[in-house]
Design a protein around this ligand. Structure first.
Ligand code: FES
Length: 144
């Protein structure tokens, strides 16, 4: 009995994975399976939290060392795409100066992902907007 249930769950998961890979492509699928840089950070130097028009919230945490991002992480209560976009936003920030980060947009993230379906494109913009806002927060507090 339990074996049948296990088999059913395994097959269902495999179907979901295949559908995800076909719809979103390999880059998104791999990052969805392994969402790097996910998690909160204590006492970040730069922090932002934005709720998008879809109702999902993105948070970005940055720690700077010698004027560049040494650590970055994200949290989201959103969809799989927002998780992937938050992960790439954090990755893109690593090693960059505030000025360099201000050049990162939703398009930058979409390019890395090889695009997203139309209804998910805003997730990339939400992640990039939150990242730039975290830098503004950092600049506001360090240049006082
Ligand atoms: Fe809202 Fe992805 S961030 S649907």
């Amino acid at each position: 009995m339990e074996d049948n249930l296990d088999k059913f769950v395994r097959e269902l998961q495999s179907e979901i994975n295949q559908e995800m890979r076909e719809t979103y492509g390999d880059v998104v699928f791999q990052r969805w399976q392994n969402p790097l840089y996910m998690g909160r950070m204590d006492l970040p130097d730069g922090y932002a939290r934005i709720t998008g028009s879809c109702g999902d919230t993105m948070e970005i945490f940055l720690r700077f060392a010698e004027g560049r991002v040494g650590e970055a992480s994200f949290e989201t209560d959103g969809c799989a795409s927002s998780m992937v976009c938050g992960s790439f936003a954090a990755e893109l920030a690593l090693g960059k100066s505030p000025e360099e980060i201000m050049g990162i947009t939703g398009e930058t993230i979409l390019e890395i992902l090889g695009g997203l379906p139309k209804h998910d494109r805003h997730c990339a913009y939400l992640a990039a907007d939150t990242l730039r806002e975290a830098v503004r927060h950092y600049l506001k507090h360090t240049r006082k």
